[in-house]
Write a protein that binds this ligand. Structure first.
Ligand code: GDP
Length: 609
């Protein structure tokens, strides 16, 4: 009896770990969840699996039953009281389970389609998991699609694999190896779960099928094992309330409500709570703590049960006045009897401020808009890694005022008149206004698609500027005329390129001494419109190459050989401060060292500082 009491106490003090499921779309996240929730009728009801708000709770008894096929000797010991699995799979939930920049999700399942390998959102999920230092296992799902797979419902994976024919086993091995390689490329060492000697060093890969249930017992056992090995310390039950807002929803009869995951402590009806809102900090009192009615009571009037108090870890819906504008991903604080409400308010405000303050001091950068605090944080982290500067930050749908804010950049730094919007709607009026003003709005529900859009946008701008710069860019050259074929309008002469290189479109000047005053004179002749050698057009003539015949044209009155200048006058490409800057910006790699030297020499000739 003493032992039982001790066990009960330690189980009381260890709280249930919280688990998220992440991965690319269509890998089977939802199906896997459904499959683990399913009670196995033959083996009797897996006791006590409870549907909560935004999460499902699996008491340890249920997990024991579900893992029995892979724990026949009963050697594996369960220490956690249960497992709370978040119901909405995807990085959205994961990134909203946050508190002061760290994750409230203790453990994660990254789902990979064994037939597809690593896909874009898989990589994104991996990055999130890495950034938040969350231990995870990988479910290599859809093994039943390996050609010729013979299923045994809900079986342990090793046993099922052993029963397959050689061809299936080989295909499995190939796909497994490919996956391991792909993980290695992302900087993760991975190993098939039953060959994994160190869960701290290697990510465990567990093959599963959400259709046949094979491998799911292994997956559940592995999750428990990983939590027990890696994080018993952080699973001690604390009395301090730790909670985060997962979703904000209007519910008929309750008005605006928040779905909250309580990871530690107790919430009571009437508690004073503080959280982030779009229009500032929200302070209110809990009117109702709602959990879903058990299935058998669904015929009752309400689909919710009212609770006087709830204890971590669980998902609960909170109804309270004034929750409009509540922000998902926000921390939820409870004002205790000894707490100073203003202090807690400052704390919550600081949460929001810490994200909003991550903007460029220079005020030059793109605008960023995300649906929740969690996704905003993930997006800002990502943009920081990509070195994309951010000037404005917002939460929620994009409205005209956000576009106007971004539009300030049109004057300041037009390249950054861009809004990167993650998982938010763009108001119609806002879009129209943006189109009219020339503000670009990119939306995506995969973070790095935004990066791709932005990079493409920048490349296009560069290309456009390069195109525009063609007339401005002047490569340096020095020409010695050898013959005058036409004196003016147009000037047609034969020249040797004695330094640099001559290109089509280059503006040409003669630099000579005024024969009367002796002063330096710069005479503009116009632009080179044709370069010919042996009656063939060529685009460039470089220093030392045989003479070419060139045509120089000018819009207005062109100077005339014999009157304004003579054959012996050397000709130069007309450089300027602007043309030099243009070369530096767009053609740096096209300009040789000798040409830079020549530019330096020619600067004084054209009085460039
Ligand atoms: P999610 O987008 O990751 O939540 O993916 P879903 O759970 O919606 O699954 C996407 C599709 O893959 C659905 O058509 C599922 O029936 C199918 N699917 C999921 N898991 C499996 C599996 O293990 N085997 C097979 N053959 N199909 C699966």
């Amino acid at each position: 009896a003493h032992q039982a009491a001790l066990a009960a106490r330690s189980a009381d003090n260890l709280r249930s770990p919280i688990c998220c499921i992440l991965g690319h779309v269509d890998t089977g996240k939802t199906k896997l969840l459904d499959k683990i929730r399913q009670t196995n009728v033959q083996e009797g009801e897996a006791g006590g699996i409870t549907q909560q708000i935004g999460a499902t709770y699996f008491p340890v008894e249920a997990i024991k039953q579900k893992t029995a096929v892979v724990n026949r000797d009963g050697k594996f010991e369960f220490k956690v009281p249960g497992l709370l699995i978040i119901d909405t799979p995807g990085h959205e939930s994961f990134s909203n389970l946050r508190s002061r920049g760290s994750s409230l999700c203790n453990i994660a399942i990254l789902v990979v389609d064994i037939m597809h390998g690593l896909e874009p959102q898989t990589l994104e999920s991996m990055k999130l998991l890495r950034d938040r230092k969350t231990p995870f296992i990988v479910a290599l799902n859809k093994i039943d699609r390996l050609y010729g797979w013979k299923k045994i419902e809900n079986n342990g994976f090793q046993e099922s694999l052993a029963l397959q024919n050689k061809a299936v086993q080989n295909e499995f091995k190939n796909r497994l190896d490919q996956t391991k390689l792909a993980f290695a490329e992302q900087g993760f060492n991975s190993e098939l779960f039953y060959q994994n000697k160190s869960m701290a060093k290697y990510v465990s890969l567990v093959p599963t099928s959400a259709h046949t249930g094979e491998g799911i017992p292994d997956m559940l056992k592995l999750i428990v094992q990983l939590t027990q090995e890696r994080m018993v310390g952080s699973l001690m039950y604390l009395s301090e309330v730790q909670a985060t807002v997962l979703e904000v929803k209007a519910i008929e009869g309750f008005g605006m409500t928040i779905d909250v995951i309580l990871t530690n402590g107790i919430l009571k009806e009437g508690d004073r709570i503080i959280l982030c809102g779009t229009e500032g900090v929200i302070k209110t009192n809990i009117r109702a703590l709602l959990t879903p009615a058990p299935l058998r009571e669904l015929r009752l009037k309400s689909q919710y049960v009212h609770n006087k108090e709830v204890k971590a870890a669980l998902g609960v819906k909170i109804s309270a006045p004034g929750l409009e504008g509540a922000i998902a991903g926000s921390r939820l604080l409870v004002v205790g009897p000894d707490d100073d409400e203003d202090e807690l308010e400052d704390e919550v405000e600081a949460d929001l401020a810490s994200l909003f303050s991550r903007v460029e001091k220079t005020g030059r950068g793109v605008s960023v808009q995300a649906s929740t605090l969690g996704s905003l944080e993930a997006l800002l982290d990502f943009l920081k890694d990509c070195k994309i500067p951010v000037a404005n930050v917002g939460i929620g749908p994009v409205y005209k005022r956000d576009v106007m804010q971004c539009g300030i950049m049109l004057e300041k730094a037009p390249d950054y008149a861009v809004m990167l919007c993650f998982d938010v709607k763009v108001d119609k009026e806002a879009q129209e206004y943006a189109d009219q003003q020339g503000v670009k709005i990119f939306t995506a529900d995969i973070i790095y698609h935004l990066f791709d859009s932005f990079t493409k946008h920048m490349d296009e701008l560069l290309e456009k500027k390069k195109e525009e710069s063609k007339l401005l860019a002047v490569f340096p050259c020095v020409l010695a005329p050898v013959a005058v074929f036409n004196k003016s309008s147009p000037i047609v002469i034969g020249v040797d390129v004695v330094d640099g290189s001559l290109r089509i479109n280059t503006p040409i000047s003669a630099v000579r001494q005024n024969p009367v005053t002796g002063a330096k004179e710069i005479i503009d002749l116009g632009r080179v419109t044709s370069i010919e050698r042996d009656h063939k057009q060529i685009p460039v003539c470089k220093k030392g190459q045989p003479s070419v015949a060139i045509k120089i044209e000018m819009g207005g009155n062109q100077p005339t050989y014999g009157r304004h200048l003579e054959e012996k006058d050397m000709l130069y490409s007309k450089i300027s401060r602007a043309s030099i800057n243009c070369l530096k910006e767009f053609y740096r790699k096209d300009v040789t060292n000798d040409e830079w030297q020549l530019i330096i020499k020619m600067k004084s000739m054209f009085d460039i500082a």
